[in-house]
Design a binder for this molecule. Structure first.
Ligand code: DNO
Length: 358
């Protein structure tokens, strides 16, 4: 498997590529053109430049996270046709720079959601947390979104694009008539349209689970369990219709048995990308993001890595959200230090699994 690191681009990420290059075992970065609104074609010229910059630092660029899906596609509006054509063109351009995997999600309106970005843990570090009781009390999602944006400092929340956040009211109204079944239909339509292009370009689509893995604010969510992903990979049956196995997103629902889900989709060769992180479930619907270490959180990271190895996983993996430690100032969840510690830890587990195999 290839160890990677999410990086937001030199104008948006305070972490220099040369630091990332020094993390043991790293092969490449996972990035995107974050300033482009969802639905636009990613220009080849900009992609070439990005690739050159990453390669010059001694790193590969084979995974994009994310090419965001325009809301009109998720809503199934007639205007989706143009956005789907644009998505196809972006896929073709990504092929030109050697990309192998595109991570995306199909969550209505909000991407990942947290209720706090800076909860202080007993060791003095800061972390992100989620509490469904807080969400249940929110009557105005716009106010909530503004508060979260205020906590991010100068960094925009990935997946919370300003142009989307600016029209929350309209979007909430538009989703009033979209059921879970309709959302699935719209996903199927999208996948059927783009997968032939993915096959032609040898690029896997890796769908990210809903985070948290249940409906929020009354919006339908459809990618949050073994069964729902089974439905998703079968609705458009192509080896390019794959999953981003995000341990933190799926695992915040304790009914999701992570090693079992990994074995299930790993055997089918449908896991293209892994987000490996840990979190501590405090009670149903309430959790905080811990260090990657198994005993700090609720997941057995050794069993997770073992399941990946057992199914011969040879895709891309990255540490996921880290805490803010050592007074680092950066993008919530995406600092350098704790994610680098996460990689060192995953490397250690991997080495011991490989030695035991021999
Ligand atoms: C948050 C990320 C998500 C993820 C998207 C994939 O930290 O895991 O924003 O990138 O959902 O499209």
């Amino acid at each position: 498997m290839k160890m990677t690191f999410r990086w937001y681009g030199s104008s948006m990420d305070p972490i220099p590529l040369k630091y990332i290059r020094q993390i043991p075992g790293i092969t490449g970065v996972v990035t995107s053109l974050m300033d482009l609104p969802a639905g636009e074609v990613w220009p080849l010229e900009r992609l070439m430049k990005l690739k050159q910059e990453v390669n010059k630092a001694g790193l590969e660029l084979e995974v994009i996270e994310s090419v965001n899906v325009h809301e009109d596609i998720k809503l199934g509006l007639a205007s989706r046709e143009q956005y789907i054509e644009n998505y196809k063109e972006t896929i073709r351009n990504l092929k030109e720079i050697g990309v192998k995997v595109i991570c995306y999600n199909f969550m209505p309106v909000f991407d990942w959601t947290r209720t706090s970005l800076d909860r202080v843990l007993s060791d003095g570090s800061n972390t992100m947390s989620y509490d469904q009781d807080i969400i249940n009390k929110i009557t105005d999602p716009q106010k909530f979104a503004d508060e979260i944006q205020n906590q991010t400092g100068e960094f925009e929340m990935a997946g919370w694009e300003p142009e989307r956040m600016a029209e929350l009211k309209r979007l909430f109204q538009a989703y009033e008539t979209v059921s879970h079944e309709q959302l699935k239909e719209n996903l199927k339509y999208f996948l059927e349209a783009i997968l032939p292009v993915c096959e032609e370009c040898d690029i896997k689509m890796a769908m990210h689970p809903d985070d948290p893995p249940w409906d929020i604010f009354g919006l339908p969510r459809i990618a949050n369990s073994l069964e729902s992903f089974e439905e998703i990979i079968s609705m458009a049956d192509s080896p390019y219709n794959c999953i981003t196995l995000c341990t933190g997103s799926l695992g915040s629902n304790p009914d999701n048995h992570l090693p079992e889900i990994i074995r299930h989709f790993g055997r089918k060769k449908r896991i293209a990308f892994v987000h490996a992180r840990n979190l501590k479930i405090e009670k149903p619907g309430k959790f905080y993001e811990s260090s990657h270490l198994s005993r700090d959180g609720s997941f057995d990271m050794y069993e997770i890595m073992k399941a990946l190895n057992e199914t011969g996983f040879d895709g891309y993996i990255r540490p996921d959200h880290g805490r803010m430690i050592w007074d680092e100032h950066g993008r919530a969840g995406y600092g350098l230090f704790d994610r680098a510690l996460g990689i060192a830890y995953l490397n250690g587990i991997q080495e011991s699994i490989e030695k035991q195999k021999k």
